[in-house]
Design a protein around this ligand. Structure first.
Ligand SMILES: [Zn+2]
Length: 240
């Protein structure tokens, strides 16, 4: 009787790689290549109750979700997938013209139920990890995003408690110049501005809420106030 054979990660990768060979073309392997590297980082909160629960979720067969890293409230960092593998963390997602964020990004989950602040130990561990990833893969500072940025109609993580300004001050993500919030020009088109920054504006209200959750924080309504438009105008001009 044959014993069941455990499939190793290496076997699984070999099986997946075979799917990339086109059977209708001749095969003659080129000599020069390496592994594709991640170019975005997407930050999440787990909306679960403990890091142990999240690790288990990412290991169960039926859940179909994962992330490269999970960070506990005490700053413990657990890597769950090799950086070069495509994790299932972003789901249906869009940023600029990219329609499959999982293929280009690393996913980092912060243990947090979505209704509580992020402890310093956790944010410090995240910043250290981001330093490493940014340098190792030469990820542009604009490409550090939240899940809600790339899936605004479906997701709200990380929550308003997430310190985006602190990240931007360290070179991860974009922030606005609070001392220079001039009114936008008369012909300023705020929908175009959101789109140029990267938001999917096909559901405009969802894009506005995602923008406000990140940059305004104290008000996450569906309309842009005069103040919000100044913030958006300031941010938008950083993309030229
Ligand atoms: Zn998420």
């Amino acid at each position: 009787m044959a014993l069941p054979v455990a499939i190793t990660t290496e076997d699984k990768i070999k099986m997946l790689m075979r799917e990339g060979i086109n059977k209708n073309a001749d095969w003659s392997e080129a000599a020069h290549y390496d592994i594709r590297k991640p170019n975005f980082v997407i930050i999440h909160h787990t909306a679960q109750h403990s890091i142990a629960q999240t690790i288990r979720t990412f290991q169960l067969e039926h859940t179909k979700v994962s992330a490269h890293y999970v960070i506990g409230k005490d700053g413990r960092v657990v890597q769950m997938l090799n950086d070069y593998l495509r994790s299932w963390h972003a789901g249906r997602s869009k940023w600029g013209n990219i329609t499959d964020m999982n293929s280009v990004s690393l996913g980092i989950e912060l243990d947090n139920n979505g209704r509580e602040p992020f402890p310093d130990a956790q944010i410090n561990a995240l910043l250290t990890l981001l330093d490493t990833l940014k340098a190792k893969y030469q990820i542009p500072f604009t490409n550090f995003l939240g899940h809600a940025d790339v899936a605004p109609a479906r997701k709200n993580d990380p929550s308003v408690f997430f310190p985006w300004k602190r990240l931007a001050d360290r070179g991860f993500g974009v922030w606005y110049d609070e001392s220079n919030l001039v009114p936008p020009a008369d012909n300023f088109n705020y929908v175009d501005a959101l789109r140029i920054i990267g938001y999917d504006v096909s559901n405009l209200h969802a894009a506005i809420v995602a923008f406000k959750r990140k940059f305004i924080v104290t008000d996450v309504g569906k309309e842009l106030t005069d103040y919000d438009r100044r913030v958006l105008y300031n941010l938008y001009r950083r993309y030229f």
